[in-house]
Write a protein that binds this ligand. Structure first.
Ligand code: ADP
Ligand code: MG
Length: 346
């Protein structure tokens, strides 16, 4: 198969995709097959655009199934869309492969189009290239979503005294990578789209946890500190984090392999979680608890946003760190015992 046959066989066929947004049924829409795609966004909405590059060896391994790789490349992009409180509309897909393997591509397309269908996110274009033999595969995706005008959830709008919340459970992907086993969340992460959309009316700020809660929460605090023009801090309780440990990590505690504090430290540095960390007014605790029931998704309050004056009172306070961690006994961790930062490429 040449490049054009690959595009036609695997990416162009609309049979893969059954429920596009109504704007793609409009006459002016141009999809795969022309030099570029054309569509008009729905009135009253802002466009939300996010890109991610996934490289073999860094973001996925060649022994992962093609279905799970297909799922993951789109899911991680949709997670960014969820963190903005947006709804996905469409995506582009750039594929770079050293060799053509039709069985592999069928599996990859199953994975990617299953989640595309589930989330009503239509493939509207991309690029397909062949690299030198033995070069790693990589996939670049750009997802376009929509959010009611002016309403997108941002990192920079945390407020002093906000509660800090996390969805789902933390720690299993980190354990799986470190100890070389597969866990469902590492292979097929679920972007928290329904939660993100609901948070538009509830949260002050949000971020998705891709590198690890310790570093992603730090980004929220940094951006919001700039916006507020004063430094804010988060105080995070391991006792609350302990109630949202992933099952693999929690088993290590039950088997006495790790203490509860060690589990919490691993949970907050585990990447590849794709959970949402968000902040909201204290008055919204009941609303958030009912949302958790409605979505059948645990939402755990793990701490709060505090000011510099309050942080200074805490023993071992270090102005360079914007998160104060409290162990399961409620005592502040010494800086040398802080959980490691999450994943960084450079
Ligand atoms: P050009 O040479 O202008 O870049 P291409 O031959 O690369 O055009 O692509 C032809 C058409 O196929 C374009 O509409 C492009 O968006 C689409 N396309 C190419 N690769 C993919 C892919 N992996 N997924 C979806 N659409 C693709
Ligand atoms: Mg091209």
């Amino acid at each position: 198969m040449n490049e054009f046959d690959v595009i036609k066989t695997f990416f162009k066929e609309s049979r893969f995709f059954t429920n596009p947004h109504k704007i793609f049924k409009c006459k002016s829409f141009v999809g795969i097959g022309d030099d570029a795609s054309v569509f008009s966004p729905p009135k009253g909405f802002d466009l939300v655009v996010s890109s991610d590059l996934l490289i073999e060896g860094t973001h996925f391994r060649s022994d992962h199934t093609p279905e799970s790789i297909g799922h993951k490349v789109l899911a991680v992009n949709l997670s960014d869309i969820a963190a903005m409180g947006a709804e996905p509309l469409c995506f582009t897909l750039s594929v770079n492969m050293p060799k053509f393997d039709s069985n592999w591509l069928y599996g990859f397309c199953d994975g990617i189009f299953n989640i595309a269908n589930e989330t009503s996110c239509k493939l509207i274009g991309g690029d397909t290239v062949k690299s030198k033999e033995n070069a790693p595969m990589f996939f670049g995706i750009t997802v376009i979503g929509i959010v009611p005008s002016g309403k997108a959830l941002k990192r920079k709008s945390m407020k002093l005294n906000d509660d800090i919340w996390i969805s789902g459970a933390l720690g299993d992907p980190g354990e799986a990578i470190k100890n070389n086993f597969f866990c469902e969340k590492l292979l097929t992460p679920q972007p928290r789209l329904a939660l993100g959309k609901k948070l538009l009316e509830i949260a002050n700020s949000a971020i998705d946890v891709s590198d690890g809660l310790s570093s992603d929460l730090s980004h929220l605090l940094e951006e919001s500190s700039k916006n507020l023009k004063k430094k804010i801090f988060a105080s995070i309780d391991f006792l609350s984090v302990a109630s949202c440990l992933g099952p693999c990590l929690f088993t290590n505690y039950l088997k006495n392999k790790l203490s509860l504090d060690e589990c919490c430290s691993l949970a907050v540095s585990s990447g590849d979680e794709y959970e949402l960390c968000f902040s909201a007014r204290k008055g919204l605790r009941k609303t958030i608890k009912s949302l958790s029931l409605e979505l059948n998704l645990p939402l755990t309050r793990i701490g709060e946003v505090i000011c510099e004056r309050e942080s200074e009172k805490i023993p071992g306070f270090n102005i360079k760190k914007n998160i104060i961690w409290k162990n399961t006994k409620g005592l502040p961790l010494k800086p040398e015992n802080y959980p490691p930062d999450g994943f960084k490429h450079f």
